[in-house]
Design a binder for this molecule. Sequence first.
Ligand code: C2E
Ligand code: MG
Ligand code: MG
Length: 506
Amino acid sequence: VVLSRAFDFGAADFIEKPLIRLETELRVQSVLSARAHYLNAIEQASIDPLTGLPNRTRICERIDGYLQQSHQKLVPSVSVAFVSMEGLKQIYDVNGYAHVDTCLIRFSNLLREYCENWSPAWVGYWGGEEFVVVWENLDAADIEYAAIPALLAWCTEPRNGQAASDLQRIGIGWVSVDDSYTHADQVARDAGAALHAARKQRKDGVRRYDKSLGEAIRRSYQIKRELQNTTDFEHFCVAYQPIFNIQNRQLAGFEALLRWNHPELGSISPNEFIPIAEQSNLILTMGEWVLNQVCRQSIQWRKEFPAVHLGGHVNLSRLQLADPKIVSTVDQLIKRYCIHPSCISLEITESMYMQDLERSKKHLSELRELGTHIAIDDFGTGYSSLSCLVDLPADSLKLDRSLIVHIDTDKRRRKMVDSVIRIAHDFGMAVVAEGVETSAQSEVLKSLNCDYVQGYLYGKPTDPELFSMQFINGLGINESSMQFESSLHGLSSIPNISLVSNNYAV
Ligand code: C2E
Ligand code: MG
Ligand code: MG
């Protein structure tokens, strides 16, 4: 009974009295060697076998140790960086795993040597292509302007005429650990998020974690979850922005712009939620929903205003353009609603088209065979290559607001827009200027033979009822234009746009 209680309390062995010297020695040796094995096993479990660096478990233990000490104000400051070896996938694709392992070992040696020079800094291996570097006693400015540049230089500078390692680029995301952190996984989460942002921004591949990054990540996650719960697009609607023929001053059509009024998050811009919807197939359902709304609304307007023929511009996502079902979806919709296909202009951007050239080309020509029009959106952003005008089968070209904004004051920009309009016309494309905000811009565009204009000067995106009242019925346009321009520039002049609708020819 006594023995069993002793074991219950943690005894590892026992020895009977009277002691026999040899037996005692052997038993003590055996206990000590078992303990050494045990400690060694623990040590091995916290070392990565490939690089010989502390592994994830050990890294987290050490960071947790700092956090405890820092809450007791025992350590001055700690910064943690996630350092990634970019381009490993390519190395793997070309040379296979063994070479990747060699690269990881060489890179870990470089980081180890670096840390020796920046003592008390240390490095661990997080996994995959990611390492963790921890600096103690350095403030944020030292990290940003000295420690990180030195790390980049050390790992990338050639030695004996050879690259230090096979890496093509290094990504670094780092965080200054402060009192708000209680666990290592929070520190790793934020340094990892900063690394992810660093990889995306591509400038120098280094990013410090700050509150705004955390908020953006949380908001994006929240939007993603809310989007996943969206089944019937309950809080979504389509806003319609008028497009006018600048030469004959008549309403020509509209651009359909998706809106999301979330009950708690408020109004969320499509610039924010479309890229998130594009991370899943939701964008396809969403895009179809918009097309359906636009067709239904067009029919409604045709019934209400039989003499008015409006052309509707609808933005396509790159995933919609690549979707094998896009042509049949559009075909079914125009048939179901008995819409003339030329009343629908599908807006795509140059970058969407370039991403999957062959497939985009095929879908675009099939869509044009149906009779729908294609518009190149946001021309003037991205590469805006002239070959895109030659190659891309399109009916109209939309000049981005960035080209329009200084058109009345900047002669060179005006000249460039002039040339683009001429080229587009030579290729049989109509030109729509986006984001026109002042009558001065409008005058210049008219003199340059631009065909259509769209912008706050003529009308903001609005709900269908207001659209019919303001732009089809002719109520309120002058008022809204005047309000916008005078609020912008203190001007009272208004564009001379009449409200008679015509056949849409873009
Ligand atoms: P976009 O297709 O280039 O649309 C034009 C954007 O400029 C719209 O922003 C519009 O409200 C805004 N805008 C129009 N006139 C003016 C102006 O005079 N001044 C200024 N500052 N802005 C003006 P919005 O509605 O926020 O849409 C942003 C982008 O989101 C759109 O750019 C389009 O790329 C995308 N988007 C909107 N709706 C959809 C949709 O249904 N499907 C897809 N795939 N993308 C959409
Ligand atoms: Mg557009
Ligand atoms: Mg645009």
